[in-house]
Design a binder for this molecule. Structure first.
Ligand SMILES: CC(C)(COP(=O)(O)OP(=O)(O)OC[C@H]1O[C@@H](n2cnc3c(N)ncnc32)[C@H](O)[C@@H]1OP(=O)(O)O)[C@@H](O)C(=O)NCCC(=O)NCCS
Length: 232
């Protein structure tokens, strides 16, 4: 009995010493991350626009690997597509803060470039914890106006969903969207995202006035719901 208990407690100790899959994911090089979580087909690096068959290249890289030009291109696309939403929100538009966030160490990017090497869209993602739950957070997904409605947004989100499915323990893909971004909300709804339980709620002020939050947190559960034999 005593031996059983000691075996049990040492097994618990071993368990608690195990490195969490989210930490393991964030420790991986880009090549390892792609191999283990994206599990790409040989054609992964090319996306053909359905209507025109025009090829675009996809690149996966960490925030610190972004060239100055690519970083600026991503920042400019955010400002172009969502600057107005930021400006009209309680958050406001703060370029220095946004640039700092875009350089977060564990953030990884999928860049989409045309045949001249110009960034035409991108998504950024991070395996992390939200409310103590392991999640894959989608920080951004933005396309230049000429590529909006092309199916590329869905293609990029499919990469994030695949990554979330392949990182053990990950419960959901999560993101934040301004409530003013009606098109973005419809896009996410179409992809099966729903309001997350931790999305901010309406606040009723003392006078009875209801203040609605200007952003919503959306999520889409993984097929395995975060369950993983090696971890749980
Ligand atoms: C939001 C965005 C990434 C979506 O990418 P996209 O390439 O335009 O969207 P897709 O063509 O892949 O659309 C995927 C599906 O969503 C649907 N959808 C997209 N926008 C929609 C809209 N406004 N209303 C209804 N359905 C919409 C499409 O019809 C498509 O449905 P299908 O799977 O049945 O064909 C892109 O439009 C964009 O960059 N917008 C500006 C930046 C932005 O708002 N980013 C989100 C910040 S939170």
């Amino acid at each position: 009995m005593a031996e059983d208990q000691s075996n049990e407690s040492s097994s618990k100790a071993r368990q608690s010493q195990k490195i969490h899959p989210i930490a393991i994911a964030n420790d991986k090089t880009d090549d390892e991350f792609i191999r283990d979580y994206l599990k790409p087909s040989p054609e992964w690096a090319t996306w053909l626009r359905p209507l025109t068959q025009k090829p675009y290249s996809l690149e996966f890289l960490s925030s610190h690997e972004l060239s100055k030009d690519d970083f600026k291109a991503c920042f400019d696309i955010i400002e172009l597509t969502s600057g107005a939403d930021y400006k009209s929100s309680s958050v406001g538009w703060h370029p220095a803060m946004k640039k700092k966030e875009m350089k977060s160490p564990d953030l990884r990017y999928i860049l989409v470039k045309d045949d001249t090497g110009t960034v035409k869209g991108f998504t950024s993602l991070m395996p992390t914890f939200e409310n103590h739950e392991p999640v894959l957070y989608c920080y951004e997904v933005h396309l230049t106006p000429d590529l909006q409605g092309s199916g590329l947004g869905k293609h990029l989100m499919a990469q994030l969903i695949a990554i979330a499915e392949n990182i053990p323990s990950t419960k959901k893909v999560m993101l934040t969207c301004f409530t003013s971004n009606a098109n973005g909300l419809k896009f996410y709804e179409k992809l099966g995202f729903t309001k997350d339980e931790f999305s901010p709620r309406d606040r009723t002020l003392r006078g009875g006035k209801v203040v609605k939050p200007d952003y919503v947190i959306l999520s889409r559960g993984t097929a395995h719901g975060g369950a993983d034999g090696d971890w749980n």
